[in-house]
Design a protein around this ligand. Structure first.
Ligand SMILES: *Cc1c(COP(=O)(O)O)cnc(C)c1O
Length: 393
């Protein structure tokens, strides 16, 4: 097989990124070829770009139950998270410098908090239970008179657990504290209504729901003032300078509209595929599912496989034509287990053997067949080579 031919490859890493949908690609193309005008220019040629950007904004707003003026296009989930937390923290220093988040956030959020700590802010990291649900009572107890921002993710990217965002949002509102949610894994996959969720700010990213990479959005509730991250030409009503990624915004909006219109049937289809994965994988001895048993993303399946190391599992699956993911990363030389699994109380040893299979729009029954045919062999092979494998009696 040609090593660059991935036509028969099984892609089960949709939580990392997704294939662009055909609808999104088609919507984007004219804005990279025919209508390439700068939306800020005043001649008629640029009207097309401006109109497209405005329509994309309205479409995104409609899906989230927001007003178009509340949508800021960004370069992705990471920028939206940074902008929300840093912008809100800096805009409210007169009130205080205390922030609250959870221990299982994406690094886009956690590393931003770490940076703010270096700049003199104090941050409380609220713990989660064994299923990855944020301890709401601990969050409430963490509030101080100088607390300005709470940021809790809507759905976790490693284990899929969905958080009680509406409840936390109502609480934050009652305390007059700004509330941000990183909804990058949720948007396009489960219903997201900014009003029902009581959020002031919400991050989303195109490439997590079959839109293009490098474009995202930040929902910023009307009346909430945050400082911009970037200074420049004053685009996005002064909130995000830089010439707009018109084709990107158009593709994001098209993918989101498509995902929203297919959400119910697609979620049911993915749940059925994941149920098949669960049934097959949990038959392998010493495996467990991680995350919440029911309150979880429909396409994300996560497990621990004891006595083997996650990265070896991923490399062996890759040789057999399957893309999957693990929480442990030894890319830096040090073998760090996932901060999410550790926060959920798993031991180092068990957390090292984590496996995440995330399915999407283009996943099929045949993909699941292939995973269920290959994975047990990979696990058996690695366990035979493992010095810690006790064997089966
Ligand atoms: C992917 C992801 C991000 C980062 O989004 P980018 O668009 O890749 O910058 C942030 N948060 C979560 C939960 C994610 O899954």
């Amino acid at each position: 097989m040609d090593k660059n031919d991935f036509s028969a490859y099984v892609y089960a890493d949709n939580a990392a990124t997704t294939r662009l949908s055909d609808t999104a690609l088609e919507a984007m193309l004219p804005y990279m070829t025919a209508y390439y005008g700068n939306p800020s220019s005043i001649y008629s040629f640029s009207h097309e770009s401006r109109k497209a950007l405005s329509a994309a904004r309205s479409d995104v707003a409609a899906v989230l139950n927001a007003d178009p003026s509340e949508i800021i296009f960004t370069s992705g989930g990471t920028e939206s998270d940074n902008h929300a937390v840093v912008g809100a923290a800096r805009a409210n220093v007169a009130k205080g410098k205390h922030l609250i988040t959870s221990t299982i956030e994406h690094h886009a959020l956690l590393h931003t908090m770490k940076q703010l700590e270096k700049e003199g802010y104090s941050v409380t990291y609220v713990p989660v239970d064994g299923e990855g649900t944020v301890d709401v009572e601990a969050l409430k107890a963490a509030v101080r008179p100088d607390t300005t921002v709470i940021s809790i993710m809507m759905a976790n990217n490693e284990v899929g657990t969905i958080q009680p965002i509406a409840e936390i949002g109502a609480f934050a509102k009652s305390k007059g504290i700004l509330f941000h949610t990183d909804a990058v894994q949720a948007v396009g996959h489960i219903p997201v209504d900014v009003k029902e969720l009581n959020v002031d700010m919400l991050s989303l990213s195109g490439h997590k729901f079959h839109g293009p990479k490098g474009v995202g959005a930040l929902y910023l509730r009307k009346g909430v003032r945050i400082l911009p991250l970037m200074q420049g030409g004053g685009q996005e009503r002064g909130r995000r300078s830089g010439t707009e990624n018109v084709a990107g915004a158009v593709g994001l909006a098209a993918a989101l509209k498509e995902a929203a219109s297919q959400m119910e049937t697609e979620a049911a289809r993915l749940k059925a595929l994941v149920a098949r994965l669960d049934e097959g994988i949990l038959k392998i001895p010493y495996t467990k599912k991680t995350g919440h048993p029911t309150n979880r993303l429909p396409g994300l399946a996560s497990y621990t496989v004891e006595f083997i190391e996650g990265e070896s599992m991923i490399l062996h699956l890759d040789i057999r034509g399957i893309a999957a993911s693990t929480g442990s990363a030894c890319s830096t030389g040090s073998l760090d287990p996932s901060h999410v699994l550790m926060a959920m109380g798993l031991t180092h040893e068990v957390a090292h053997g984590s496996l995440r299979l995330s399915l999407g729009k283009y996943s099929t029954d045949a993909d699941v067949d292939k995973i269920l045919a290959e994975l047990p062999e990979v696990v058996a092979l690695l366990r035979r080579m493992s010095p810690v494998w006790p064997g089966l009696e």
